[in-house]
Design a binder for this molecule. Structure first.
Ligand code: XIL
Length: 312
């Protein structure tokens, strides 16, 4: 059987996985390198990981993942620069003037993007800026800088490294709905203003039985705006324990998602948010749910794995 990455390469698509740096040895490392042509650090590049104390940086895990990817001929998706979550407490708990906050944001972008200059394919510059109703999420950044923090972040990222594709990434924007329409309107406005925006990331943290019927249509409308689209964090969760009927349905749904991306030229590919159930965020975040990835806890491929192969 051909590795997923060879199937994806033949179609000019990305098949990626989120990874944990410390696990990149043994079977986990062999699958991560052998089956995927792109890696996203699951946590290692978040602000709280790289600058836990102001001015003192820890790049160890992020460097490890980028080095591993380069050794294995894989792209890297940087994740993520400007977000409301997983920030260091010194940042969250500080009191900042508008000018200070802007400087903190742009310095952070310059430092992190600059560190990996020329080595990353993509950056998720802004993560999760919207509420479900399409209004802006009230974050440190929005409250301090207004909605234009998004344009400022994209501009700062481009200035720090002209090569990576710059994305805005969010969840529950896979189908056509109020949130994805707000994202659509934002991207349209940014492009009209000449702000550097290359793509939108649809996270796709899905629930079994709930693949949006408008997924492909939604991908297409972003493509028609003149930006790339990526499925950036795919997983399909279910209540535990899972049975074989549910795993078969999950396979069908993985295939639907990959098919929707393959069908649209400007959909660059699909990244799964952890390739094994032993390295998935779902059980920790949604107690009682799991089995969301294409490999089980023992690294055995599940029906979802074969479904991805069929779609590629
Ligand atoms: C998750 C990680 O997988 C977990 O290990 C961590 O505890 C919380 O964050 N949307 C995102 C990702 O953009 O960064 C999140 O990753 C999952 C939801």
């Amino acid at each position: 059987d051909e590795p997923l990455r060879d199937l994806a390469d033949a179609k000019g698509k990305v098949i990626g996985t989120a990874v944990t740096g410390s696990k990149l040895t043994g079977t986990y490392g062999r699958i991560a390198a052998g089956e995927f042509n792109a890696l996203t650090p699951g946590n290692a590049m978040k602000w709280g990981s790289v600058e836990p104390t102001r001015g003192s940086f820890n790049w160890a895990e992020a460097d490890e993942i980028v080095n591993f990817a380069e050794a294995n001929g894989q792209q890297v998706r940087g994740h993520t620069l400007v977000w409301h979550s997983q920030n260091p407490s010194w940042l969250t708990n500080g009191t900042w003037t508008t000018a200070q906050l802007r400087q903190l944001m742009t310095d952070h972008i310059a430092t992190e993007v600059g560190r990996y200059e020329g080595r990353l394919a993509t950056w998720d510059v802004v993560n999760e800026p919207f509420n479900e109703d399409g209004t802006y999420r009230q974050t440190l950044w929005y409250n301090g800088l207004g909605a234009d923090y998004i344009a400022e972040a994209l501009t700062a990222a481009r200035a720090a490294d002209p090569s990576p594709k710059l994305y805005i990434n969010d969840y529950n924007v896979e189908g056509v709905n109020a949130k994805s329409t707000a994202l659509y309107n934002l991207v349209r406005d940014l492009k009209a203003r000449g702000v550097p925006i290359d793509g939108v990331g649809l996270q796709a943290h899905l629930i079994l039985g709930q693949v949006p019927s408008t997924l492909q249509q939604n991908i297409q409308r972003f493509a028609d705006l003149g930006v790339d689209v990526a499925i950036t964090e795919l997983d399909i969760r279910m209540n535990l324990p899972s049975d074989s009927a549910e795993l078969a349905q999950q396979a069908t749904e993985y295939k639907q998602v990959v098919n929707a991306c393959v069908a649209v030229t400007r959909c660059v590919g699909v990244t799964v948010w952890g390739f094994t159930d032993s390295d998935s965020w779902i059980p920790d975040t949604f107690p009682g749910q799991g089995a969301a990835t294409p490999y089980d806890e023992n690294f055995a491929p599940k029906p979802a794995y074969y479904a991805i192969a069929e779609a590629l």
